[in-house]
Design a protein around this ligand. Structure first.
Ligand code: CMC
Length: 377
């Protein structure tokens, strides 16, 4: 018998259909429900994109108003959640805090998970609304500051700044942040989304699927890369050192964070839009420290193009952009969660709509069958 073909990392394997988004690597494009992500980032708010991913169509004015009102009302955390979060050690990563919070929301939610799209949308909206409140409170706690309660008068992006810093920056800065949220929202069967689908395929509940997805996103080969980009820039320090540092890192077989992609081999469709947003932030700040970081960022990208021909992915411009917006580095991946929660939950609903248990096979490579030896002595 011939050995079965093995697809390590499921590379190139198509496991199901989806109506939510598509990545077209040949043309470096990405669409959500048929709309190019670049156009959504330019013309629509993150809330409209969340609605689009969940309901399949963009909202009209009345639908958007109603959706926003519901989201804004759900933002505050209950007392028990706040108490729980305050007890977590400050040494743990903010992704651990978020993962614990989602697990706790699941334990606390008295409503039954009947698997219906309506029940899932209600739970998804709760998570969309509350996750930023958790992330912001956690960042402030680590800075020794009391939480700032959400402001129902502010949009999703503005309110996050308000809860993190007690103020909302200039509209251009908010817009750059919103662009990143739109670009991060959904990306087909990536590792964390697939994780959510695997958990859902056993008919487990939505909170369990999202908790698992957060665990998958945390790793540096996936969402953790946006944070790792910032650590790498700090490690290099001087723009003049970028090329030399890169040679050393590649010789040591290190992965260069924020570069490469399993699906896009000629560049990530989301990068040009995010790079433009980053350029606007850099131009606005125009101080020596921002200039140093931006010069280093460009130098490393150019050196990588010259050495390996590997293109940056979304995490490369997003990482530096979040730093320039004032967020602490460990908060970058939690911000990714605040956005990708929309894509994950859309996929959870879709998985259930035509579920098949996800259970692949393995080709055994261990010892041949053997007798269990008698216990010595
Ligand atoms: N740095 C150095 N070499 C790389 C990199 C990189 N970032 N990415 C790919 N390569 C090389 C790799 O060493 C291999 O070379 P060779 O064939 O000579 O051994 C070749 O390119 C193919 O790599 P691969 O690991 O087979 O490709 P993959 O499709 O499994 O990798 C990846 C995808 C994202 C895991 C990888 O590009 C990587 O580790 N990137 C760094 C982490 C990162 O930025 N992750 C974010 C991904 S996109 C957005 C997101 O999910 O947040």
């Amino acid at each position: 018998t011939t050995a079965p073909a093995i697809h390590r990392g499921l590379a190139g394997v198509v496991v199901d259909t989806t109506e939510i988004s598509t990545v077209i690597p040949e043309t470096n494009s990405l669409t959500y429900r048929g709309y190019p992500v670049q156009d959504l980032a330019a013309h629509r708010s993150f809330e409209e994109v969340a609605y689009l991913l969940w309901y399949g169509e963009l909202p009209d004015a009345a639908q958007l108003r109603e959706f926003q009102a519901r989201e804004r009302a759900l933002r505050p955390l209950g007392r028990t959640t706040s108490e729980l979060l305050a007890r977590l050690p400050e040494t743990c990563h903010p992704m651990d805090v978020l993962r614990t919070a989602v697990s706790f929301f699941g334990a606390e939610d008295p409503t039954e998970d009947d698997g219906s799209p309506a029940a899932h949308r209600a739970k998804s909206l709760t998570l969309l609304a509350k996750l930023p409140t958790v992330v912001a409170a956690d960042q402030r706690r680590r800075r020794g500051l009391a939480p700032v309660p959400p402001d129902p008068g502010l949009g999703y992006a503005e309110n996050f700044f308000h809860m993190c810093f007690g103020s909302v920056p200039a509209p251009e800065v908010v817009r750059c942040f919103e662009t990143s949220l739109v670009l991060y929202a959904e990306h087909s069967f990536n590792a964390s989304t697939f994780t959510a689908r695997v958990v859902t395929s056993t008919l487990s509940d939505l909170y369990s699927a999202v908790t698992a997805a957060i665990g998958a996103l945390k790793g540096p080969l996936h969402g953790g890369a946006n944070e790792a980009v910032m650590h790498m820039l700090e490690e290099i320090g001087d723009p003049q050192r970028a090329a030399e540092w890169l040679d050393g890192a590649l010789a040591a077989k290190r992965r260069i964070m924020g570069f490469g992609h399993r699906v896009y081999k000629h560049g990530d469709s989301r990068v040009p839009v995010m790079q433009e947003a980053l350029d606007r932030l850099v131009a606005r700040a125009a101080d020596p420290e921002t200039t140093r970081l931006a010069t280093l960022h460009t130098a490393l990208r150019n050196a990588m193009a010259g050495r390996k021909g590997i293109h940056p992915n979304l995490d490369y411009p997003a990482g530096l952009a979040y730093h320039l917006m004032g967020f602490d580095t460990p908060v970058f991946t939690p911000v990714f969660v605040m956005s990708r929660i929309t894509g994950w939950t859309a996929h959870i609903t879709e998985q259930l709509a035509h579920n098949a248990l996800i259970r692949p096979l393995a080709s055994y490579a261990g010892p041949d069958q053997r007798a269990v030896p008698a216990m010595a002595g």
